[in-house]
Design a protein around this ligand. Structure first.
Ligand SMILES: [Mn+2]
Length: 257
């Protein structure tokens, strides 16, 4: 546990409640031990698509939602920024449809109704200026920077060291494409910051937690709760950190702004 469990802001994304790969115990342990003024849920919090494919909603997942509600009741500002797995929340008609599906969905939607919903949010940090917060799927169409693609790209890179056959030419080209997709994404981030006069951008979506400092702007990714169990936090003095919860439920700082 950290010495200081009082945060100014906590940013979480890609929790995927409703999907059985979600590491809810770690999240519950973390959330129960902290307090914050603002809680930003940066998309893919509820995985409605996974639930539609294969209905799954255990008590433990409901408990995470209950904690968000309890924090809201205690006075925490809870912002819900939708992602692609909870994109039905971006459409009033789809929300209605989901609500009438069954009791579980009704209960979930009613909980979520209590929070402030947005697709993009301007966050003014204490120390580092103004950030645009969004889930990040909005850039997919342009970059194809999907998670499996980046993983595949990484694997190809590793593999290419050992490959010296005609196939390698094809693979090299493919890798180049994938990698330029990733750098294309960073170009979009830079452009977004320039055009909106932002000091940085924060998103989730690709499940790769990181803090990157460029000359012109800052890029932060909150990571996920399927693999990395990470969050971005703003401490009371304004320090911004990337933290991870390890298998012993210990909070570790992995990067700092
Ligand atoms: Mn996503």
């Amino acid at each position: 546990m950290t010495n200081n469990n009082q945060y100014k802001s906590i940013f979480l994304s890609d929790i995927h409640l409703g999907f059985n790969g979600c590491q809810n115990e770690k999240l519950e342990s973390f959330l129960s031990s902290v307090k914050c003024e603002s809680l930003y849920l940066v998309g893919d919090i509820i995985d409605f698509w996974s639930m539609a494919d294969n209905f799954y909603w255990p008590e433990e997942h409901q408990r995470v939602l209950n904690i968000f509600e309890a924090k809201h009741k205690e006075g925490t500002n809870v912002f819900y920024i939708s992602g692609n797995h909870d994109d039905p929340l971006r459409d009033k008609n789809l929300i209605k449809k989901l609500k009438s599906k069954d009791n579980t969905h009704k209960k979930i939607i009613e909980s979520l109704d209590k929070f402030e919903h947005k697709e993009k949010h301007d966050f003014v940090s204490k120390k580092y200026g103004k950030f645009l917060i969004l889930h990040g799927d909005q850039y997919d169409v342009v970059t194809s920077n999907a998670k499996w693609l980046s993983k595949f790209g990484g694997l190809l890179y590793d593999g290419l060291i050992y490959i010296n056959r005609p196939l390698s030419k094809y693979l090299k080209n493919l890798t180049k494409k994938i990698v330029s997709g990733a750098s294309g994404f960073q170009k979009l981030v830079k452009k977004e910051c320039e055009e909106g006069d932002y000091d940085g951008l924060m998103c989730g979506h690709n499940h790769r937690p990181e803090i990157l400092k460029f000359k012109t702007h800052i890029y932060m990714n909150t990571g996920d709760w399927v693999e990395s169990c990470s969050a971005i936090v703003e401490e009371m003095d304004g320090t911004i950190k990337l933290i991870k919860i390890d298998k012993n439920f210990k909070v570790n700082t992995v990067a700092k702004l």
